[in-house]
Structure formats: structure tokens, C-alpha cells
Design a protein around this ligand. Structure first.
Ligand code: T3D
Length: 268
């Protein structure tokens, strides 16, 4: 996949050395989602998912925010207007987006560079590893406008931070600092702002040299563990380990260990 920096209006996508970096790019609106941004992000993720040369993905935001969720200026109703069918917009946009992040057969890093609010917060949390700059914050803003956490939030939050903290975040909509987020296990790592993108790029570059199929199988197993019981999960581990054991990267990993050298993984 060639670098696609100029192909979109609301996002930018660059591809270099096996890493796709997607930047949500509506900074004046804190990168909130309109229909075009949904369409463009979906198209980019589809292209990336199908490109075997891309072995890691980073998602970040332009300007001072990561993403403020839905663009509320597209939801203003005058007295006479019917309420929009938000179930429809979830079906059409937010749910396919978080599904595609969870199903992506390569690691996805969220580099949260500022506020992540509403669906913007839960989209970050749908990524595999969440890095945050120290000025980043996480807000389940939905309750402030009468909505419920979507984009997987009601599923992800209790699993990440436990029942009380999930309900506190969802019902109060308080701003959770990056420090608090790290302490609670909401994110993988907090970094000084200036180090966020260099570290995210370093991590993505590392992941892009790792056994991509194996990482995808780890993701598949972890996803399934959220609903499987222990017996089913053991069966799944058996099945997925069988697949992992047949990859070229497993063969290379064992060979490299025996030869006491660094492995050269190809992602196959
Ligand atoms: O509708 C559906 O399809 C259902 C799905 C819903 C998913 C959702 O995400 S619902 C939740 C939507 N998001 C929110 O409720 C968050 C709204 N934003 C805020 O609460 C605050 O902006 C923040 C806490 C995120 C940041 O606050 P602050 O003080 O740092 O920035 P600000 O001044 O509020 O925002 C800066 C600009 O971005 C400002 O524009 P202006 O005045 O400079 O022209 C503001 O209006 C704009 N902006 C921020 N968030 C949104 C937005 N514009 C449109 N939609 C937004 N969500």
C-alpha cells in the first residue's frame, strides 16, 4: 500500500516500513466524527486490513485532541424535527468501526494525544494498546447529553477498570486524567507529551517486525476470552496454537532460538 497522505479530507494515512499511521484530522472540532470521517476511516481500515505489507497500525488525532466523539453540530434538532435514529447511526458507523478495530489481524495502537471523549474514548479503548500523552484525558461524555456509552464502552469499561469505576465514569462523565487512567489499567502507558508519537512509532515499528499471524491469534483468543468459559477457552487455545504452530514465523522463532540469533519474522 502506497502512502496515502493526501487521499482523504478528514483523516490522513501514511504507510512506512510496515506501519500504517492514521490521524483523525478535524482539529477545529476536536476530531469529532461526521459521516465523511466515518466513511474515510472505514475505507482506510479496510485497505489496511487487506494489505499484508502493513503489519501494525497507529491511530492518533491532529491538534490538541484525540477525538470528541460524535460531531454534535450534526445532531441539533429544532422543535419540529423528529429525533434522529441513533441506533441506525451506531449500526451504520460506530459498530462497524469498533468491530473492524477488534477484528484487525494486526496490532492497533491508539496514541491518545489529548482529550478522548464520548465515542472517541471508546474507539481508543477498542485498540489493542493505548498510549497516552500526559495531557490526555478520557471522558465518558454521553451521560451529559442523555446518552449511554456506545462504541463498546459498556462492554469494555467494566472489563478494564471494574464495575464501580466503569459506572462512575459512565454516570458522572468526569474527566479521567492520563495518570488516573494508567493507575486504573484503562491504558497501557502514559508518556510525556513530547514522547508520545516517537514512542508510539517505535512501538509500532517493533510490532511490525514481530510474528504478525501469531499476534493476530493472540488478539482473537483474548477477544473470545471475554465471553468464553474456561473449558471453551482451553479448546480455543488448542485450536489457535495449532494454527500458530504451522506458521513460518514459529519455525523461524525456534530456529533463531537454537542458533542464538535474532529472529527474522516475515509475518507469514
Ligand atoms: O449521534 C450519534 O450518532 C450517536 C453516537 C454518539 C457517540 C458520541 O460520541 S456522543 C458524545 C459526543 N461528544 C460529546 O458529548 C463531547 C462534547 N465535547 C466536550 O464535552 C468538550 O468539547 C470536551 C470535553 C471534549 C473538550 O473540552 P474543551 O474545553 O477542551 O474544548 P471545547 O472548547 O469544548 O471544544 C473545542 C472546539 O471543538 C469547540 O469549537 P469552537 O467553539 O472552538 O468553535 C467545540 O464546540 C468543538 N467540539 C468539541 N467537541 C465537539 C465539538 N464540536 C462538535 N461536536 C463535538 N463532539
Amino acid at each position: 500500500m502506497a502512502s496515502d497522505g493526501d487521499a482523504f479530507e478528514t483523516i490522513t494515512v501514511t504507510v512506512e516500513a510496515g506501519v500504517a499511521e492514521i490521524t483523525l484530522n478535524r482539529p477545529d472540532k476536536l476530531n469529532s466524527f461526521n459521516t465523511m470521517m466515518h466513511r474515510e476511516l472505514r475505507a482506510a481500515l479496510k485497505q489496511i486490513a487487506g494489505d499484508d505489507t502493513v503489519r501494525a497500525v497507529t491511530l492518533t488525532g491532529a491538534g490538541r485532541g484525540f477525538c470528541a466523539g460524535q460531531d454534535l453540530s450534526d445532531r441539533v434538532m429544532s422543535g419540529a424535527d423528529d429525533a434522529p435514529d441513533l441506533g441506525e447511526t451506531l449500526d451504520a458507523h460506530y459498530n462497524p468501526l469498533v468491530r473492524s478495530l477488534r477484528a484487525m489481524e494486526k496490532p492497533v495502537i491508539a496514541a491518545v494525544n489529548g482529550v478522548a471523549a464520548g465515542a472517541g474514548c471508546n474507539i481508543a479503548l477498542a485498540c489493542d494498546l493505548v498510549l497516552a500523552g500526559e495531557s490526555a484525558s478520557f471522558i465518558q461524555a454521553f451521560c451529559k447529553i442523555g446518552l449511554i456509552p456506545d462504541s463498546g464502552g459498556t462492554w469494555t469499561l467494566p472489563r478494564l477498570v471494574g464495575w464501580q469505576r466503569a459506572l462512575g465514569m459512565a454516570m458522572l462523565g468526569d474527566k479521567i486524567s492520563s495518570e488516573q487512567a494508567e493507575e486504573w489499567g484503562l491504558i497501557w502507558k502514559r508518556l510525556p507529551d513530547a514522547e508520545l508519537m516517537p514512542e508510539a512509532r517505535k512501538l509500532a515499528a517493533h510490532l511490525a517486525t514481530q510474528p504478525t499471524k501469531g499476534l493476530a491469534l493472540i488478539k482473537q483468543a483474548m477477544n473470545a476470552s471475554m465471553t468464553n468459559d474456561f473449558a471453551d477457552q482451553l479448546d480455543l487455545e488448542r485450536d489457535l496454537q495449532r494454527v500458530a504452530g504451522r506458521t513460518a514465523d514459529y519455525r523461524e522463532g525456534v530456529q533463531a532460538f537454537i542458533e542464538k540469533r535474532a529472529a527474522r519474522f516475515t509475518g507469514a
